[in-house]
Design a protein around this ligand. Structure first.
Ligand code: PAF
Length: 303
C-alpha cells in the first residue's frame, strides 16, 4: 500500500484486551477504525461494554493471535510496564522500522528500553486517566472519563504527525499532545508513586488517602520527587504535585488502585517502574529519597 494512503487509514494493533486496551478496542469499533487486538488465543467471544452513561454495547472485537498478527501500522501497548519488552520480543519478527509504537502504562523507564531495541521506529509515549474495570474477561465497565497526554519521543516527520495525531486524539479524548511528554509522565509518576503503594500497603480505596493521617507521608513522597525533577531541570514545586495527587484521590475516591488490585490478586506490581524509577534517577543524581525507598521495600515484601 502507498505510504500516504496507509497513513490516512492506518491499521491499529492493540496488544491484549485488558481494561484500557479493551476500552481502546471499543472506541476503535465505535469510530469505525481499522484495528485488531493481539491476543493469546482465538476465537474472541462477544465483548460486553457498559459505557460511562450506563448504555450497554455488545460486539465481537477484531483480533488476531499475537504469534500471527495481521499487518499493522501502529502498535499500541496498553500493557504493564514490565511486560513491554517481552511483548516487543514476541512481536519482533513482525515489527518493521516504519511501524509506530505507542506506550501506554503507569510508571517510567520503558522509553529508554524501547529506544535501545527499536532505535528507528517512531515512538509515542502516553498516559491516560480514563478508568475502566473488567469484572470478567468479556465484560468491561467504563468507570471514569479522563484525559490523555501524548508525545512523540525525538523528532518525527510532520506528515506522520499530521496523519496520526487526529486518529489517536479521538480514541480517549480530550487528548493533549506535548512537546515534552516526559514532564507529563513525571507528573503522573508522582500520582502513582503516592496512591499506588499507599493504597496497596494499607489496603485502602483511593479516597481513604484523603484522611489527614496520610498528609505528612504524601507531602514527603512528593517533596522527594519534586527534588529529583528539579535536578532534571523541570520547574516544579512539591505543592503542585501534592495538589495533583489530592485531585486524583478525590476524583477516583471509590476506586481501588491498580497496585492494590495487583497485590490482592497476587500479580506482579509495577513498583520497579514507579517508585523504583524515582529511586534510580535519584541515585544517578546523588539525591536521597528515603520515603520512596521505604515504599519500594514494603511492596517488594508484600509481593
Ligand atoms: O494505577 C492506578 O490505579 C491509576 O493510575 C490511578 C490514577 C492511581 C487511579 O487509581
Amino acid at each position: 500500500m502507498q505510504v500516504k494512503s496507509r497513513l490516512k487509514f492506518p491499521t491499529l494493533a492493540i496488544v491484549g484486551k485488558g481494561a484500557i486496551g479493551g476500552l481502546m478496542g471499543f472506541k476503535c469499533h465505535q469510530l469505525g477504525y481499522n484495528y485488531q487486538h493481539l491476543v493469546k488465543t482465538q476465537p474472541q467471544p462477544l465483548f460486553k461494554v457498559t459505557d460511562i452513561t450506563g448504555v450497554s454495547h455488545s460486539f465481537t472485537p477484531n483480533a488476531s493471535v499475537i504469534t500471527q498478527p495481521n499487518p499493522f501500522d501502529l502498535l499500541i501497548l496498553p500493557v504493564k510496564a514490565y511486560q513491554v519488552m517481552s511483548v516487543l520480543e514476541q512481536l519482533a519478527p513482525f515489527i518493521e522500522p516504519h511501524h509506530i509504537i505507542m506506550l501506554l502504562h503507569n510508571g517510567m523507564g520503558t522509553i529508554e528500553q524501547v529506544k535501545e531495541k527499536l532505535p528507528n521506529n517512531p515512538l509515542i509515549a502516553a498516559t491516560t486517566s480514563y478508568g475502566a474495570f473488567k469484572p470478567d474477561a468479556n465484560t468491561l465497565l467504563e468507570t471514569g472519563l479522563g484525559q490523555t497526554h501524548l508525545g512523540w519521543i525525538g523528532s518525527v516527520d510532520i506528515t506522520l504527525k499530521q496523519a496520526i495525531e487526529p486518529i489517536l486524539s479521538a480514541l480517549l479524548p480530550p487528548s493533549h499532545w506535548h512537546q515534552d511528554i516526559a514532564l507529563a509522565l513525571w507528573k503522573k509518576l508522582a500520582i502513582n508513586s503516592v496512591i499506588n503503594p499507599l493504597t496497596a500497603i494499607h489496603n485502602l480505596k483511593n479516597g481513604e488517602l484523603a484522611d489527614i493521617k496520610y498528609n505528612a507521608n504524601i507531602s514527603n513522597i512528593c517533596l522527594e520527587i519534586s527534588t529529583v525533577m528539579r535536578a532534571l531541570d523541570y520547574s516544579i514545586d512539591s505543592t503542585e504535585l501534592i495538589k495533583n495527587v489530592q485531585q486524583v484521590i478525590s476524583a477516583t475516591a471509590n476506586n481501588y488502585s491498580s497496585m492494590h488490585q495487583d497485590l490482592k490478586f497476587k500479580r506482579h506490581t509495577e513498583i520497579e517502574f514507579i517508585n523504583g524509577y524515582v529511586i534510580s534517577k535519584a541515585t544517578e543524581l546523588n539525591i536521597k529519597v528515603p520515603h520512596n525507598q521505604r515504599l519500594l521495600e514494603q511492596i517488594r515484601q508484600l509481593e
